[in-house]
Design a protein around this ligand. Structure first.
Ligand code: KG4
Ligand code: ZN
Length: 361
């Protein structure tokens, strides 16, 4: 089956073709430089950039592969969560293709697609314990099947990627700071006591940036590490200085260990369900210290760790096409009327809520 995937939920415009669990080709245009001018993603600009690039990228994908719409068996698109205007560009484009080519449509949950992406590189044996750490989400799931993911815990405030980006901003690093934090951290020495592991003593699987006993929050610690003064956006660190690298390493260690402590709790809570392995996905799963911490955890609990390659961690359309293909193979599909579902609005847990047999497959 040849599945076309379309991704426009945030600031990457991407299309990909996946056939039988393997990527045929993918194209991606990032808007990072435009949004960097504003220090974060500007929703209206994101929608306009998707609108500007999507058609041209589709033509490029088809030109590179020598395929046409007639060769595509099913069209999959991110329905949410994401920025509403951005999602609508992709959803409208997918519906247009579906109508023009008489192709079945699959509406994909972006978060589920992140977690399933590792299936392009490893065989997935369910149930898996999944950690999704991206710009907007820190979610722990039990993944029972491509269409059945149970949310076990989530962040009560900032997501891991958002926290990294904000921290980088405090240090005066450009947006999005996560990748740069990672690079600098690798040249530094981590101080395990500089930052807290917030909310880890609480007996649930949720996350929070705040320390609820009234001690300093993360921004105040940053200020202290800098040698006092207010937590201001202008950093006193010189880019690349050993002190900056050390503070980045200490912060990323705190993030990685916080994630790992909660995942360990989740594993013990779910172990009687027969968890076969641990999956970590989303942009922050590309982080060196997070990857290292998850290796240590997997070894400790004696289960395999399934980590996608770094390019599959951040937003892409290969994961959308892959999730779409998995669902199409199980007979799921949507009619043309399905809505885009923005961040903050509940997505159906079950991707096939509009289950209908795909007669044309
Ligand atoms: O999954 P993703 O590409 O987009 C969302 O769905 O949100 O994740 C983007 C987030 C950003 O906050 C970015 O700073 C962070 O992932 N990120 C990283 C790294 N690469 C991306 N954070 C830490 N280390 C990295 N190597
Ligand atoms: Zn994402």
């Amino acid at each position: 089956m040849l599945c076309l995937g379309i991704e426009t939920s945030c600031d990457e415009t991407a299309l990909a073709l996946v056939r039988d669990g393997k990527c045929v080709e993918s194209v991606l245009a990032t808007q990072m430089d435009v949004h960097a001018l504003f220090g974060g993603v500007v929703p209206e600009i994101a929608s306009r950039e998707h609108y500007r690039f999507l058609g041209a990228l589709y033509d490029e994908l088809m030109r590179r592969t020598g395929l046409t719409l007639a060769d595509v068996d099913v069209v999959a698109v991110t329905r949410g969560p994401g920025l509403l205007g951005a999602l609508l560009v992709g959803v409208a484009f997918a519906k247009g293709l579906s109508l023009a080519g008489n192709k079945p449509l699959i509406a994909v949950n972006h978060l589920h697609a992140h977690l399933l992406a590792v299936g392009l590189e490893h065989e997935l044996l369910y149930p898996l314990l999944g950690l999704l750490v991206s710009g907007g989400h820190t979610h722990i799931y039990r993944v029972d099947a491509p269409e059945s993911l149970e949310l076990l815990g989530h962040t009560l405030d900032d997501a891991a990627g958002e926290a990294c980006d904000k921290f980088a901003k405090m240090l005066g690093l450009p947006y999005p700071g996560g990748v740069l934090l990672d690079r600098l951290a690798q040249r530094g020495a981590a101080d395990a006591h500089l930052f807290p592991r917030p909310y880890t003593h609480v007996d649930n699987l949720d996350f929070s940036q705040r320390i609820e006993d009234g001690r300093a929050d993360v921004s105040q610690r940053t200020s202290r590490a800098r040698g006092g003064g207010q937590a201001c956006p202008r950093s006193r660190y010189r880019l690349g200085s050993p002190a900056l690298c050390d503070v980045c390493a200490s912060y990323m260690l705190a993030v990685a260990e916080t994630l790992s402590l909660k995942m360990e709790k989740a594993f013990h809570r779910e172990r009687q369900k027969g968890i076969t392995g641990i999956v970590v996905a989303g942009g922050v799963a590309a982080n060196t210290q997070v990857r290292a911490a998850m290796h240590v955890l997997a070894e400790k609990v004696g289960k395999p760790l399934l980590l996608p390659s770094r390019f599959l961690c951040t937003d892409n359309a290969v994961m959308i096409a892959h999730a779409g293909e998995l669902l199409a193979c199980k007979g799921y599909g949507q009619g043309l009327a399905f809505p885009a579902i923005p961040r903050g609005q509940k997505l159906p847990d079950d991707l096939g809520e509009l289950r209908a047999p795909l007669h044309s497959l």
